[in-house]
Ligand binder design. Structure first.
Ligand code: GDP
Length: 446
């Protein structure tokens, strides 16, 4: 039983009668959506491919495309114009590297696809980390041009690290694009050699089931085999699916519309009527006039309005990126990284928790007592780890590719934390050490 003071900790605003959002959502019959993460070595052609895909599905009008081509040519980077559709900041354009997760959406007749364009550059892997936790499926781009497959895949290439990450974050399938096949004259032998390497690696080493891996020959630059194909050299030996066929065969996840409400706060700003919050509904549903609770500052607020897809709506559900106007709360009572919930089903703010992790290829073991950096979505914070067991046995260190149960303790305070059973996306974590991704896993107990 709770004491009087514990009860008093949760402020209680009076809530009006709420609508039954799951049944309203059911009636909307919207097209199912799939979150994709696009991964692969730097310069493998990720941005160009996705840009071209957007163009092919008609997301870009001819005039904007011309403008982009012109400004790319002026900057002396003519071949980058498709990538420029994604690389939106001036800094990224100047450097020719994608730095953060670009939020991109496109549709086929079957699905809506939401993409985080993963950066391949070593410094920018945290951008991929910020996007990867959302992903249901992945596109992995490999560069088939002479020597470049080998460079991205062996030695210090990121293709391997990305693959382990995708597995640890439990993506349900991968479309592997063997890209730039135009540079090897659409060589069947080159395609098959790369296909065998990739398949062996993803299945035997990383642990994906063979049925989860789909390998497709493409050129992101010319658009060949993304949605259609007419290159005679490719047609002479290939009659399999296009990239879009593969994506359309992916089974969309069911949205946790009825689960406990969890909204991650990405940004906040003051407005005339209250506080504006930009965030993502990770699970559950939210509606106007509802009372939201923020465990980080122990405060609550009313939802005044909800904007999704640029328009006001009375409610919103899991998977939506929204902007809300909140009233009866102070701007300093809500910050990026906070999690908003209902008052009846809050998350716990905690200094430590238990997670199950899988380690990647490690240069040296991770010792019990080590300090690592924990990433969950956009949160990153230093943690000390205590090994509880590795593959079921008690030990003092973990080596490469092991499964371990680990206790984590934050070094700099408490954070709102939920288990993977409570919220699928917020329950996923990634661990880094000195700039390398060393492990990933799921939160089991808070
Ligand atoms: P990212 O770093 O993976 O996003 O790679 P980019 O999309 O920026 O592409 C890197 C370079 O490869 C650019 O110069 C592109 O023009 C080039 N490129 C991308 N796709 C292809 C392709 O299918 N064929 C050829 N020949 N070049 C490509």
């Amino acid at each position: 039983t709770k004491t009087e003071s514990e009860h008093a900790q949760i402020p209680q605003k009076k809530e009006p009668k709420l609508l039954d959002i799951p049944s309203l959502y059911e009636k909307e019959h919207e097209k199912p959506s799939i979150h994709l993460v696009v991964s692969g070595h730097v310069d493998s052609g990720k941005s160009t491919m996705i840009g071209r895909l957007l163009y092919e599905v008609g997301m870009v009008d001819e005039r904007s495309m011309q403008k982009l081509k012109q400004s790319a040519a002026n900057a002396g980077k003519g071949s980058f114009s498709y990538a420029w559709l994604l690389d939106s900041t001036d800094e990224e354009r100047a450097r020719g590297v994608t730095m953060d997760v670009a939020d991109t959406t496109f549709e086929s007749s079957k699905h809506i696809y939401q993409i985080g364009d993963a950066p391949g550059h070593k410094d920018f892997i945290s951008g991929m980390i910020a996007g990867a936790y959302l992903s249901d499926y992945a596109i992995l781009v490999v560069d088939a041009s002479p020597n470049n497959f080998e460079r991205g895949f062996f030695s210090n290439g990121q293709t391997r690290e990305h693959a382990y990450l995708l597995r640890a974050l439990s993506v349900k399938g991968i479309a592997v694009c063997v890209n730039k096949l135009d540079t090897v004259d659409w060589s069947y032998e080159r395609f098959i050699a790369i296909k065998e390497n990739i398949l062996d690696f993803l299945v035997s080493k990383v642990g994906f089931k063979e049925t989860m891996v789909h390998i497709v020959p493409v050129s992101g630059l010319s658009g060949e085999n993304l949605i259609k194909r007419d290159e005679p050299k490719l047609l002479s030996w290939y009659n399999g699916p296009t990239l879009m066929n593969i994506l359309d065969d992916f089974v969309p996840p069911t949205k946790p519309v009825k689960a406990s409400l969890r909204i991650t706060v990405n940004d906040t700003y003051r407005s005339a009527k209250g506080v504006c919050v930009q965030g993502r509904v990770e699970s559950g549903n939210v509606q106007n006039n509802q009372v939201l609770f923020n465990v980080s500052t122990n405060s609550d607020a009313y939802v005044k309005s909800i904007i999704r897809n640029g328009h006001p709506h009375d409610w919103s559900v899991a998977g939506d990126n929204i902007t809300m106007q909140l009233t009866d709360i102070d701007a300093n009572e809500i910050r990026p990284g906070d999690i908003l919930t209902t008052t009846s089903q809050p998350v716990k703010k905690t200094k430590s928790f238990i997670a199950e992790i899988q380690t990647f290829d490690l240069l040296r073991p991770i010792l019990s007592g080590a300090t690592l950096v924990l990433h969950r979505g956009r949160l990153s914070a230093p943690v000390v780890i205590k090994l509880q067991s590795v593959n079921g046995k008690k030990v003092r260190h973990i080596t490469s590719r092991k499964t371990a149960i680990v206790k984590f303790t934050f070094l700099d305070g408490s954070y709102p934390i939920c288990t993977v059973d409570d919220c699928k996306t917020l329950g996923k974590i990634i661990l880094r050490r000195e700039g390398d991704t060393v492990a990933a896993g799921v939160i089991r107990k808070v």
